[in-house]
Design a protein around this ligand. Structure first.
Ligand SMILES: Cc1ncc(COP(=O)(O)O)c(C=O)c1O
Length: 383
């Protein structure tokens, strides 16, 4: 029986495989597993390939994403690297231009070395996306909403283009989590995650995921997984499993706070622009409401000057000036010098990721306290 997502978050796969009936799934630290006899197995042989705690987590993430198979990696970048290992020298990949800087660095360095060609395209414009397809295009990689400009790509529309050109559609679903967006249902072939963010949810663990529905694609990824070996440790698997138990209520609170803060930011004299997918006046509102069941907790905003950026980063007290996102604690990031520092300056400026842009990962604290903190940070001080 399929349960509602809130129930799946709490109960996970709940397949009763623990012989003592443990309600919190045990952490199996064993690196290797004894076989009953030659040709017989308990289902486990060696921890890099499979581990019972990690299996519970993988089954839970697969259920949440409506996939068949999930693989848990040591970081989000390890998961994305494994996906890129599916392709060969000479293959061409189209990717969202506004994207996490680490992903861009991956294909600018290792991708190039391995002969992959990647085109950065404004995938929110499906005409531009289709025009970028070449005879050797093998994949389309979307980040939606994108990092940090919160641009939204039509996943179903991109899936149609991918199918028509025999390409694999990959979606980085980190920003909304499966609680608010399920790309496989919209036609994607592979979902990737930085599990470090909303899935883990507490800024205390690094993790990554791939999720697939197609068995052949799942097998190919599993081969890369066991060969390259960036599997998630049993302890970290348990931390993410525990984090997911509260994913539903966390996402609701992130969103509630973000809606209040985004509206408040819009009224601030030093704030020039607010980028949040939950704002009513977005031109792509109809698409957002069609493909996402919520808006999440990520906001970017532009202030009047670099001086204001410097002051805000210095003056915030409750909100911490730090990289990362998706945890219960609110974090403020300066993309131009942190997450997107290595994006070529020309592309960064074109996208609007300049020295007046800040990114806020809204936590689950009280929104009045967060607003008060931002207010005092944005306040003009007598000098
Ligand atoms: C959208 C997105 N994808 C992937 C990653 C990489 O994940 P990790 O830091 O867990 O390697 C990040 C990291 O910030 C991210 O923001």
């Amino acid at each position: 029986m399929a349960y509602a997502k809130e129930t799946t978050c709490v109960q996970g796969s709940n397949d009763g495989t623990d012989c003592y009936g443990a309600v919190s799934y045990p952490i199996y630290l064993s690196a290797t597993y004894a076989h009953p006899a030659l040709g017989e197995t308990t289902g486990y042989a060696y921890g890099r390939v499979a581990n019972p705690t990690r299996d519970q987590l993988q089954k839970t993430v697969a259920l949440l994403e409506h996939g068949e198979e999930a693989l848990a990696f040591s970081t989000g970048m390890a998961a994305i690297t494994a996906v890129f290992d599916l392709f060969e020298s000479g293959d061409h990949i189209i990717a969202t231009d506004d994207i996490y800087g680490g992903t861009l660095r991956l294909w600018d360095s290792l991708g190039k070395k391995n002969g992959l060609e990647v085109s950065s395209v404004d995938t929110t414009d499906l005409k531009k996306l289709e025009a970028a397809v070449r005879p050797n295009t093998k994949a389309i990689f979307l980040e939606t909403p994108s990092n940090p400009m919160m641009k939204v790509t039509d996943i179903r529309g991109a899936a149609e283009i991918a199918k028509a050109h025999d390409c694999v559609l990959i979606v980085d679903n980190t920003f909304l989590s499966p609680y608010f967006q399920q790309p496989l249902d919209l036609g994607a072939d592979i979902v990737v995650h930085s599990g470090t963010k909303y899935l883990g949810g507490h800024n205390d663990v690094l993790a990554g995921f791939t999720v697939t529905r197609d068995a052949e694609l799942g097998e190919r990824l599993k081969y890369v997984y066991k060969t390259t070996g960036a599997s998630l440790s049993p302890m970290d698997s348990w931390l993410v499993l525990r984090g997911i138990k509260t994913l539903a209520i966390r996402m609701e609170q992130h969103q509630k706070n973000a809606l209040a803060i985004a509206e408040w930011l819009k009224t601030q004299p030093k704030v020039r622009e607010v980028y949040y997918i939950g704002l009513e006046d977005r031109p792509d509102k109809e698409l957002i409401d069609r493909q996402c069941s919520g808006y999440g907790g990520m906001i970017s905003f532009r202030v009047d000057s670099r001086k204001t950026v410097e002051e805000v980063l210095k003056k915030v007290k409750l909100i911490r000036f730090a990289e990362s996102l998706g945890g219960v604690e609110s974090l403020l990031t300066f993309p131009a010098e942190q997450t997107h520092r290595e994006v070529p300056e020309k592309l960064r400026k074109k996208l609007g990721v300049d020295d007046t842009l800040l990114r806020l990962s809204v936590g689950i604290e009280n929104s009045n306290d967060l607003i008060a903190d931002l207010e005092q940070a944005l306040e003009e001080r007598e000098s």
